[in-house]
Ligand binder design. Structure first.
Ligand SMILES: [Zn+2]
Length: 266
């Protein structure tokens, strides 16, 4: 029984370039939610073609209710909305899975690689882990590493794909768009689907040991908030320190302790 976990976001889906396109109720949202679904379906089909039996999809954007479940292949299961478990966008992953694929992912707050660059929400300027700007992809890849599951493929904006390659070049990527300032250049949505299907099929057959995201022994986390009062508030989290008007720091050896800090403070 081979099992794949897919964590799916929307901001790094082909063509998406404005917040309006990511919010339910806005004119163009249905179009891009459909493309998000197509990209997830492509990843599922790639895994099934590679001999996987089960795919668990976590709809991990905003409400967690974006993907059309009926469009997924029957081998796929989907977790919609939010459990409130600190695994957050990775909820449902455990060590019974053979690997993880990310679709629709986007660059971090504090980078110039996506017009929608942000980390978990829009209340911070940046999140740093051990001194490095942390994207949601870094946080979620560390969760995969903590559980002991490899990351096989990342689909999203070019800056994010280049970043994960710099950490582990064995992880496959599909760059569907490239952000510049407040805009982005995207490949055709059908080509994005084709490349995701082909790349995931190839990626999930790799040796998992080659595709592990490195897990440090200690974590020093800093969050720089847009508003001073969020840093004031976060400074009261047990073990956290307010280091300046807008920044809170937290140290831990156990990644789950970091996830709990992120869950309550970020
Ligand atoms: Zn999102």
């Amino acid at each position: 029984m081979k099992k794949l976990f897919i964590s799916a976001d929307l901001e790094g889906t082909a063509g998406v370039t404005h917040w309006d396109e990511t919010e339910q109720g806005k004119l163009l949202y249905p179009h891009f939610a459909r493309q998000m679904t197509r990209e997830v379906v492509a990843a599922c089909e790639g895994a099934l073609a590679a001999g996987y039996d089960d795919v668990l999809v976590k709809d991990a954007h905003d409400s967690g209710r974006n993907i059309d479940p009926g469009a997924l292949p029957m081998e796929a299961r989907i977790f919609r909305a939010w459990s409130r478990h600190p695994y957050s966008m990775m909820f449902g992953l455990d060590d019974s899975f053979d690997g993880v694929v990310f679709t629709g992912y986007h660059s971090a707050a504090g980078t110039n690689a996506s017009p929608l660059a942000h980390t978990m929400n829009r209340q911070n300027n940046w999140v740093k882990i051990n001194g490095e700007i942390a994207a949601e992809l870094m946080i979620n890849s560390l969760t995969a590493a903590y559980i002991g599951v490899p990351v096989y493929c990342v689909c999203g904006d070019k800056g994010l794909c280049e970043w994960i390659k710099s950490v582990n070049p064995n992880i496959e990527t599909v760059a569907v768009s490239e952000g510049t300032g407040n805009g982005s250049l995207s490949i055709h949505p059908d080509l994005a689907v084709k490349r995701i299907r082909e790349t995931v099929e190839k990626a999930v057959q790799k040796d998992g040991k080659d595709c592990m995201f490195p897990l440090p022994e200690h974590f020093h986390v800093e969050i720089n908030f847009r508003e001073h009062y969020r840093a004031y508030d976060g400074g009261f989290y047990p073990g956290a320190t307010q280091v300046d008007e807008k920044t809170v720091a937290f140290d831990a050896d156990d990644w789950l302790d970091v996830l709990k800090f992120i869950h309550w403070v970020l």
